[in-house]
Design a protein around this ligand. Structure first.
Ligand SMILES: Nc1ncnc2c1ncn2[C@@H]1O[C@H](COP(=O)(O)OP(=O)(O)OP(=O)(O)O)[C@@H](O)[C@H]1O
Length: 317
C-alpha cells in the first residue's frame, strides 16, 4: 500500500482483550485525511483502549491497523508516535511549571527541532500566548485542557487523537475546545475524537462510529439518522384516538404503529411521504383533530440510544 494514498487511520478486525475481559472486538473502519472522526460509546465501550492501541501504547490481541500511513507493528512504533499525537482525557501537566516550561519539557522529551518556534505556534493555535509564563497550577481546567492541546500540537501531528477532550469542562470552556478543533480541521489535521457527548459529535464530526465493544454503526450523523429512522411518521392529535388500532392498521403503507411516551403516534412506514396523505385523510375521517403529521425527526442521541442497548460495564464477558 502506498503511503500517500493510505487512509489516515484504518483498522481491520482490531481486537483487544485483557485476559478474559474484551475491551473491544472485531473493529473495522477507516478515517480519511483531514476528517474529524467521532468515536462514540458509553463508559466501558472500549474507546480509550482503541485510542491507546492505535497510539501504540497497547498491543492489539488480533486484527491489523495502519496509522498515519504505517502498519501498526512493534517495529513501526517509534515512527508512528512521531507522526501522531494523543491527548489523553487528563492532560498530565506539571502544575508547578509554567505553561511554556511544560511545553519546553515535552518538546525536549520528544526531541523536537526548533522547540521555541513550535511552542509559540502551538500556544498561538490555542490562544494561550499571553498565559505562557503562568504556572499551570493557576489555570482553570478549561485552560489546562488547552495547554494539553498545545502539547499535542507541538509535533505537528498528521493524526491527532483526542480522548474525551471536553470531559469535565463547563459549556463555555467546551465551546472553546470545539472552536479549536474546528480551526485544526481547517488546517487539514485528521482528528480522531472520542466522546460520549452526542451534541459534540454531531456538531464537530464528519463521520461517527458508534461503539459498544463492537462497532454498531458508522456514517455521517445525518446518514445514521436516516438509516435508522427515515421509515417512520409521527402523528400528533389534540386528543388520544379512540380506536388507533382500527385507524392505523387499515392504512396502506403502514406496517405498524406505537404510542410514544409524549403521546405522539409513531407509524412504521415504507415510504413516509406516500403514507402521509392517506394517514391525514383517515385521521380526519376518524374525527381526530390533527396537530402534526411529519416524518420523525431524530437526533444523533436517538440513534445512539437505539444502538447502545446493553450495559457494557455491568455485563459479564
Ligand atoms: N488495563 C486494563 N486492564 C483490564 N481491563 C481493562 C484495562 N483497560 C480497560 N479495561 C477494560 O476494558 C473495557 C473498555 O475500557 P475503556 O477504558 O477502553 O472504555 P471507554 O469506552 O474508554 O470508557 P470510559 O468512557 O469510561 O473511559 C472496560 O471494561 C475496562 O474495564
Amino acid at each position: 500500500m502506498r503511503e500517500n494514498i493510505a487512509p489516515a487511520v484504518m483498522a481491520e478486525g482490531l481486537t483487544k482483550r485483557f485476559d478474559a475481559r474484551t475491551a473491544f472486538a472485531d473493529v473495522t473502519f477507516s478515517v480519511d485525511h483531514g476528517e474529524v472522526f467521532g468515536f462514540l460509546g458509553p463508559n466501558g465501550a472500549g474507546k480509550t483502549s482503541t485510542v491507546r492501541t492505535l497510539g501504540t501504547l497497547l498491543a492489539p490481541t488480533a486484527g491489523t491497523a495502519t496509522v498515519a500511513g504505517l502498519e501498526l507493528t512493534p517495529e513501526n512504533g517509534v515512527e508512528i508516535r512521531r507522526r501522531i499525537a494523543v491527548m489523553p482525557e487528563s492532560p498530565g501537566l506539571y502544575l508547578r511549571l509554567s505553561v511554556a516550561e511544560n511545553l519546553e519539557f515535552f518538546a525536549g522529551l520528544y526531541e523536537l527541532s526548533e522547540p521555541r518556534e513550535r511552542i509559540e505556534r502551538a500556544l498561538r493555535a490555542v490562544n494561550l500566548l499571553e498565559r505562557a509564563d503562568d504556572p499551570c497550577r493557576s489555570l482553570s481546567k478549561g485552560l489546562r485542557q488547552r495547554v494539553g492541546l498545545a502539547r499535542a500540537l507541538l509535533s505537528d501531528p498528521r493524526v491527532l487523537f483526542l480522548d474525551e477532550p471536553t470531559s469535565g469542562l463547563d459549556p463555555v470552556a467546551s465551546r472553546e475546545v470545539h472552536d479549536l478543533i474546528d480551526a485544526l480541521r481547517k488546517r487539514g489535521v485528521t482528528i480522531f475524537l472520542t466522546t460520549h457527548r452526542l451534541a459534540e459529535a454531531e456538531r464537530l464530526c464528519d463521520r461517527v462510529a458508534i461503539m459498544n465493544t463492537t462497532l454498531r454503526m458508522i456514517g455521517r450523523p445525518d446518514e445514521l439518522r436516516e438509516r435508522l429512522f427515515s421509515k417512520s411518521l409521527e402523528v400528533r392529535t389534540r386528543e388520544p384516538l379512540a380506536e388507533p388500532e382500527r385507524v392505523f392498521t387499515a392504512l396502506p403503507g403502514v406496517e405498524g404503529w406505537q404510542r410514544a411516551e409524549d403521546g405522539a403516534y409513531l407509524l412504521a412506514v415504507s415510504d413516509a411521504e406516500a403514507a402521509a396523505a392517506g394517514a391525514a385523510r383517515a385521521l380526519v375521517a376518524a374525527g381526530a383533530d390533527l396537530l402534526a403529521l411529519s416524518p420523525s425527526r431524530h437526533s444523533l442521541e436517538d440513534v445512539y440510544l437505539q444502538l447502545i442497548d446493553t450495559d457494557v460495564e455491568a455485563g459479564a464477558r
